[in-house]
Design a protein around this ligand. Sequence first.
Ligand code: BJW
Length: 245
Amino acid sequence: MSGPGAIVVLTGAGISAESGIDTFRDKGGIWERHRIEDVATPEAFARDPAAVHVFYNDRRRQLVGGDVRPNAAHHALARLETSWPDEVFVVTQNIDDLHERAGSRNLIHMHGELCKARGARCGVVIARDEDLTVETPCTSCGTSGALRPHVVWFGEMPLELERTYAALGSCALFVAIGTSGNVYPAAGFVTEARQAGHAHTVELNLEPSAGETLFAERHYGRASEVVPAFVERLLASETIEGSGT
Ligand code: BJW
């Protein structure tokens, strides 16, 4: 007998906001304090790698040493993964590790991971929870100053898109949580899930996103409240409402 169907969950900065991590485009968010062109493009890193390292070192210190922990929304998604009869796949745009800390395992970080670095020359990805500087040697190839943050900047290709599009094309439910819908290709996943996968689509966010009309079902409020409530309803019924409209 076939199950209720696979679920793909896209998460964005809003799911980690109540854990104390700033979002990008909200009032007081990261892009009010930093220009994208200065810290989040390959050109910025080529021009002034030290400034880009400072930007990510500060954020890494907060994640590793600060009082940051997963909130009820992260925990609810981990519970969904263990309790739902079919696959639950989380695609996060976030570079924090709060989904892992909450227990999610079937997860990819499409915009990279803050606690990893990549050899700009050799391409090898290594675990790194300490500061990076322009002198830090690559532990793989030994080249001095060749380590960059393992993040996806504007103009770079997001990670594991092939696996993500395959999942979007075969899921029964697509849920977007805490994302403003401004950055592609993630902002286009809802359309892909509807058209390729005929999935039911749900937005859970503090406020309507840029793509709100693309979702068949929408619930607005804090992630720590709307996500656990949505997950409880799903697990109680073990069915997916709607049919891709
Ligand atoms: C709460 C809450 C609470 C608050 N509870 N909710 C023209 C048209 C279309 C596309 C392009 C274009 N020109 C260029 C592009 C492509 C470009 C792009 O999208 N640009 C747009 C700005 C237009 N994209 C790229 O370059 C990407 N690569 C690419 O496209 O490759 C080519 C390709 C071709 C074909 C197919 C596939 C690929 C790369 C994008 C890299 C993004 N990088 C960043 C920074 C690096 C990581 C980091 O430093 O952390 O990633 S930018 C930043 O935005 C970060 C995020 O992951 C990303 C998304 O932000 P997110 O998560 O949505 O956060 P916010 O702050 O925007 O929204 C938070 C939401 O939460 C809000 O709605 C709040 O209301 C809500 N919220 N508190 C629930 N408590």
